[in-house]
Design a binder for this molecule. Structure first.
Ligand code: ADP
Length: 324
């Protein structure tokens, strides 16, 4: 019995000719969770998502949804739905007809599919614009329509490929909290591809960090941030310094580094005011770059400038050893 397992990837591999885009990955996505697939461009996130959606053939391995192998089913038969980066709305159809489209394909009668589309439009707060065409909508409104259209099929898993990348920074932050709220209300699994660590930290119950076609680390957002397993994760997730120690490497959070009278000698290379804190970039005598995030009141009590000599200090217990 696999009850309780929502979506499982088993030895999943994707090849495009000689390129291995996804290499033998295994993962269980917990039911009803918000998961971010995070990693740099080209690491295999979209290929993974598209294989789950059924928009890309699996080269090897399988995809199980509630225990059933869906690897070779067409997209509409899987219990998943995908929201694309560019929303891919039909320009000649009204908002309501866009949302009802997949029900029309399934042969659902017009009154039923319109009633269902109206429910979904209410869910995303778009009832008042149901008769407009997509070109008459803002980016944020188009995104809501795309969401409603993906959700109309009542998927068990919603797949979102860089859903916020087309929005301006202000709207991006607003829409991400709406996505999170929607996921909580619906209680289904959202798998959201992003290359933005801030976005992943803000949204995800679980972060799956990919690098070079494999899963580098997966876990609750706070665990991945506080306990990166590898140097790659530490550097990619941000806010950490990687320090060489005898017998390996360790991280120390930038907000755990202080400028003290004793400690590791370094030279300030840049100072960036960030509001609540000041980011002080330094280079140590051995050439390591170390970032210190200093609360703004402390910094301005003893301001530093580029070129100045400083001493860096942190508590030993704030060092976190890396596995690789
Ligand atoms: P990401 O979403 O993390 O940017 P992708 O899954 O899009 O990564 O791509 C992973 C790798 O597979 C990259 O090297 C990319 O160039 C390659 N790739 C992706 N799609 C195709 C394709 N249709 N044909 C050939 N190579 C592809």
């Amino acid at each position: 019995m696999r009850t309780g397992y929502d979506l499982e990837l088993v030895h999943l591999t994707k090849r495009y000719g000689a390129t291995v885009a996804v290499r033998d990955i295994n993962h269980v996505f917990a039911p009803g969770s918000y998961v971010c697939l995070l990693g740099p461009s080209g690491c295999g996130k979209s290929s993974t998502l598209r294989m789950i959606a059924g928009h890309e053939e699996v080269s090897e391995g399988s995809i199980l949804l509630e225990g059933a192998d869906v690897s070779h089913l067409p997209p509409a038969k899987r219990g998943t739905a995908m929201m694309f980066q560019n929303y891919a709305l039909f320009p000649h159809l009204s908002v309501r007809d866009n949302v009802a489209f997949s029900l029309r394909m399934k042969g659902v009668d017009k009154p039923t599919r319109h009633a269902r589309a109206n429910e979904l439009l209410a869910l995303v707060d778009m009832t008042h614009l149901a008769d407009r065409l997509p070109t008459q909508l803002s980016g944020g409104q188009q995104q809501r329509v795309a969401l409603a259209r993906a959700l109309v099929t009542e998927p068990k898993v919603l797949l979102l490929d860089e859903p916020l990348s087309a929005l301006d920074p202000f709207l991006r932050i607003r829409m991400r909290s709406e996505l999170k709220k929607l996921q909580r209300e619906l209680g289904i699994t959202f798998i959201h591809v992003t290359h933005g660590q801030d976005e992943a930290l803000a949204l995800a119950d679980e972060i799956v960090v990919m690098n070079d076609a494999v899963i580098e680390q997966a876990g609750p957002a706070r665990e991945v941030w506080a306990k990166p397993r590898t140097e790659f994760v530490a550097r990619f997730i941000g806010g950490h310094n990687v320090i060489a120690l005898p017998g390996g490497k360790a991280t120390v959070r930038a907000d755990a580094v202080t400028l003290a009278t004793a400690g590791l000698p370094a030279t300030v290379t840049a100072v960036e005011y960030q509001g609540a804190s000041v980011a002080v970039s330094t280079t140590t005598e051995s050439g390591d770059e170390v970032l210190a995030l200093i609360p703004e009141d402390q910094f301005f009590a003893h301001p530093k400038s580029p070129g100045e000599a400083v001493r860096l200090s942190w508590d030993e217990e704030r060092l976190h050893r890396l596995m690789a």
